[in-house]
Each structure stands twice: as C-alpha cells, then as structure tokens.
Design a protein around this ligand. Structure first.
Ligand SMILES: [Zn+2]
Length: 207
C-alpha cells in the first residue's frame, strides 16, 4: 500500500501486514505487543510512524476476530463497525466451513487498543494457569468457560468451584473464595465473585 509520512514527504509504497493469524504467527503477535507492527521509517526524513492500515487479526484459540482500524477512524466508529460486519459476512460466505466459528468480530481503533487487549488476555491467561494448579492443590473443581465470553468481560476462562456434580453459582462463589484464600494475587478471579453476586448469567461451560 501507499503510505505518507506525517511530515508530508513523498508517499512511498510499502508492504504491510493486513491479516494475522494470532495463534500461528507468534512473531507478529509479539510485534503488536511491543508496538512495532506495521512500523515504517520514512526514507526521506527518517520519521518513524505506523502505516494507516486496517489489520484483521484472527485467533480462534482465543475466540478473537479483531478488525483493527487506524486510530484516526475512531471519529466514524459506527461506519467502520458496519463495514466490519459486512466484511465478516463476506469472509464467512467465502470461507464456508474453513471459517472458524467466532461469535462476533470486535473492532479496535489503533494498535494501542489491540495491544492493550492482547496484554490483558495474556495476564488473564497467566492467572488462569496458576489458578488451575492451585485448584488442584486445594481440591477445587475447575470449570472451563468459553474463552470469548470470559475475555470480553475481563474474566479468567476458568471458574473454580467446591466439589459437586454440577455447576452452581453458590459453589463457584465458595470456590473463588477458597482460591483467593490460597493465593490472593489471583485478582482477576474477584471478577467472578462480582459477576455471580451481581446475578450475572451462568457462563457457557466447555466439556
Ligand atoms: Zn518523512
């Protein structure tokens, strides 16, 4: 694509990443996390800037299909979200069975927005992994939650519960309390307490 340096130098033709498989291209995911994706240096004045490109980021393992629009598009957010839904439909009919089942695409404006989302997801994932281990140690059941449901609410993708046959809010609340008693640094799990105490729906459980 053609990009133009913010200082107004001659436009140049550059290659940008416009589609990223987050679960397969770890180097590109890392580039987002350090803010270096589609970073261009102007040959003329040496200014470093991000190409104003729209990037589609797909990671079925995280239940994430992100349309990352340039930050400058945010003023017309609704228009771009509409375009996203159209493109998503087109992708679905084009790919058919090959299109991973993702609930809904999510729009981000600017690479900083997606960077923050991926960082948050990594932090949740770290806590979930520690929590799984702690649950084993203290004898709690672990229920796996649909990843997208959890991520969109800033919740970890597992819910601990005291032992029993099936999932219940009460046992989940007891489970979270026990987990936090054993390790009070797993702060993201407090979100489940808030969720269930606030009458939040029983999450879609896996397996
Ligand atoms: Zn320049």
């Amino acid at each position: 694509m053609k990009v133009k340096c913010p200082k107004g130098c001659e436009p140049i033709e550059v290659e940008v990443h416009s589609f990223i498989r987050g679960d397969q291209e770890e180097n590109l995911r890392d580039q987002i996390l350090v803010g270096e994706l589609n970073l261009i240096q102007c040959g003329e004045c040496k200014t470093v800037y991000h190409a104003e490109a729209t990037v589609v980021y797909l990671d079925p393992t995280a239940d994430l299909l992100a349309f990352i629009f340039p930050a400058s598009f945010e003023g017309e957010a609704e228009k771009w979200k509409e375009k996203m839904r159209e493109d998503h439909e087109a992708m679905r009919s084009g790919l058919g069975e090959d299109m991973p089942a993702i609930e809904e695409p999510e729009a981000f404006f600017g690479l900083e927005a997606i960077r923050a989302e991926l960082q948050k997801d990594d932090d949740l994932e770290d806590e979930a992994m520690v929590a799984e281990h702690v649950c084993k140690e203290v004898g709690l059941s672990v229920f796996k939650v649909a990843r997208g449901f959890a991520r969109r609410r800033g919740l970890p993708r597992i819910v601990p519960a005291t032992k029993g046959d099936r999932f219940s809010r009460e046992r989940a609340l007891e489970g979270v309390a026990k987990l936090l008693e054993a390790n009070d640094r797993l702060v993201s799990f407090k979100g489940w307490t808030t969720h269930f105490e606030g009458g939040g729906e029983v999450p879609p459980l896996l397996g």
